[in-house]
Design a protein around this ligand. Structure first.
Ligand code: G
Ligand code: G
Ligand code: MN
Ligand code: NA
Length: 254
């Protein structure tokens, strides 16, 4: 059987798992998590979304799969709302362009929040610049609608896309995510450091939050902190894990 055929059955057979990776502030306190999809294939084992998301976008399967991800995230938020230790944490969910561009996307998200009882303010949607490459009017209308209900937006892989920067002032964006491709060699690469600094400066001057991903070492973290970055995500703080295996206690300064 091909991977596509297997994908059609994967939801029904409950082969998807949602992992969560923590995000911390400059004190090392957990502020939220990013939800990261995993596929536990019966023969091939754990498959990364990088290997199957493109296929789901071509086939439209990303829509039911994305629905499942949002349902899980909303359920977790509703659960966390009951505990003072977790009630302020956000969950960031990756949203594919295909998913966002569906006419009923806004309606669906709002319904899922309502149905689960999750606080919209704790849901963050991670979108990429590719979404902003066209039909900006339509995208803006949807984002504004969601934002007015309390949902926030983060631009994932910022700086790796092709879109113009002018959208930043037109859209209700809350956060820029520095791509891990700029963080990996930031200690030794002047170019990567310059780009990361430009993103941080841009974010600050526009009153946006900025988070660095792929933070693997203390050197990464300390340099980014000196550069003005206030939020971090990466293996230094924790790998993506199942909900049950997440350690949501504060991470002390490592
Ligand atoms: O966790 P990992 O590094 O394997 O993720 C690889 C890529 O898959 C990342 O770029 C991430 O944005 C994407 N991804 C992870 N989970 C989801 C999801 O639920 N929906 C979509 N559309 N993309 C996801
Ligand atoms: O593109 P996006 O940011 O949505 O995906 C994040 C991806 O990066 C996930 O697949 C996650 O597993 C991976 N990731 C998270 N932290 C680190 C890290 O510190 N180092 C590396 N190499 N990958 C990471
Ligand atoms: Mn992401
Ligand atoms: Na990214």
């Amino acid at each position: 059987a091909t991977l596509v055929n297997d994908l059609y059955c994967a939801i029904h057979y409950q082969q998807f798992i949602l992992f969560y990776q923590i995000q911390v502030n400059h004190h090392g306190q957990i502020v939220g998590v990013e939800a990261l999809l995993r596929w536990l294939h019966p023969q091939k084992g754990m498959i990364s979304p990088a290997q199957f998301i493109p296929l789901t976008e071509e086939t439209g399967l990303i829509v039911p799969i994305g629905d499942w991800v949002l349902d899980q995230a909303c359920r977790t938020l509703a659960l966390w709302a009951k505990d003072p230790a977790t009630q302020n944490l956000t969950i960031a969910v990756n949203i594919s362009v295909v998913q966002f561009n569906k006419d009923d996307f806004v309606h669906k998200v709002l319904n899922k929040l309502k149905h689960s009882g999750a606080n919209p303010k704790r849901l963050k949607l991670e979108i990429t610049e590719s979404l902003l490459a066209n039909n900006i009017k339509d995208v803006k209308a949807k984002m504004v609608d969601l934002q007015q209900h309390g949902i926030t937006f983060s631009i994932d892989d910022f700086g790796t896309g092709y879109s113009s920067l002018s959208y930043l002032k037109q859209l209700p964006i809350n956060q820029l995510k520095i791509d891990q491709g700029f963080v990996r060699d930031i200690i030794h690469s002047r170019n990567d450091k310059s780009i990361a600094q430009a993103v941080i400066t841009l974010a600050k001057s526009m009153d946006l939050q900025v988070i660095a991903e792929g933070v693997e070492t203390n050197e990464h973290r300390q340099l980014l902190h000196r550069m003005g970055c206030n939020f971090y995500q990466g293996y230094l703080f924790g790998k993506p894990r199942k909900l049950e295996e997440l350690n949501l206690l504060n991470i002390t300064n490592v």
